[in-house]
Every structure is written in C-alpha cells, then in structure tokens.
Design a protein around this ligand. Sequence first.
Ligand code: ADP
Length: 191
Amino acid sequence: MQKKEFWKQFENQPTIVLIQGDITQEDTDAIVNTTTRTFEMAGGVDKAITEAAGPGMKEACAQYGSMEPSQVIITEGFNLNASYIIHTVGPVYGKEGGKEADLLAACYKNCLWMADRYNIRTISFPVISTGIYGYPMDEAAKVMARSIGGYFFDPENMNSAIEEIHCVVFTEDKYKIVDEVFEELFNRNDT
Ligand code: ADP
C-alpha cells in the first residue's frame, strides 16, 4: 500500500493525497462514483461501491433517470463510511468526438463544485474513465491534476471548504503512472 502527499505546503489549497487502495474503504466525507448514463451498474468502481453501499444507492440514483458525461448527482453514503457519494459519468475514450479531455476535466470540476455546495471537507476520487471507458492512465492523470489544480486557482472557488482530496488508484502499476504525473504537475515551482 502506498501513499504520498502533494500541495501540503500551500495554506489555502487542499492537500492532495495519492493513495493506492480500494475507494470503498475511504474515510472521507464523500467518495466519487463513476457510473453509466442510465445508472445501470458497470464493473470496476461502480460495482465495488454499489456492493459496499447497499441496494438503496441505485434506487436513489434511479430517481434521476439518466445523465450525460460530466454531469453529477449526489446521494447519501448509505452503508459506506462516507456521508455522501457523488456520481458522475466519464467520457468513453475515442467516442466523444474529440471532447474527451474537456468532458473528463468537467467531471472533476463538477464533483468539486457539488462537494462545495454540501460543505464537504474531504473527498476521494478514482481515476475516472481509466477502466471500462478506456482512457490511457497517464493522459487521464494529467487531466485529473490540471482540473483539480484549476478549480482551486479559480477565484470563484476561493472560499472552498475542501481541505483534502484523495486520488485513489487501485493497482501498483497505475499508481506509479499517476505518481509520475503528479510529481511533475503538482510539485512544479510555478504552481
Ligand atoms: P470507468 O467506467 O470510468 O472507466 P472503472 O470503474 O471501470 O471506470 O475504472 C476506473 C478506474 O478505477 C480504473 O483505473 C480501475 O482500475 C479503478 N478501480 C476499479 N475498482 C476500484 C476500487 N475499488 N477502488 C479504486 N479504484 C478502482
């Protein structure tokens, strides 16, 4: 199990914690689920969270009918440690007419925006779209780092209560890829 902190030196920015692990075991206020347009269960993160949260979660999602890539909804955390689950739909790599990176960035920003509406202080993200939806890990990690960074450098979000962001990566090989990207993008002196 590996873990590393980024951005700890900045007082007004959240600490970014890169973690190798299972997102369902997180102790944060909110965890992010990568679901499908119709909330029907996919594999990967969605399956793990659905099983850990219990049947109430999919019933709560079903009330919304459907959503498009990058949109978000929020439910309670049901049987998870987290109080909330923020559900989003990632873009399918190569299938969104060239808008993949914009949609993926919007997923992260919309999740953070929703977290701020609920005064959430700690939130855990998986690396969205890098499983069934086929996004290459390094490209996805770059979008993740830039969009999280961009959110907190936007003056509109200056009053964000978010203190800690966990980026949870399942496997050791994927962790290494994200670590390299985060070292480059979060530890640069000009950020
Ligand atoms: P998507 O449909 O957005 O591609 P997936 O759930 O298939 O979503 O995969 C997203 C990423 O989450 C992949 O890198 C996958 O390895 C990882 N993953 C799968 N299960 C878990 C889990 N329990 N905790 C954290 N990450 C997970």
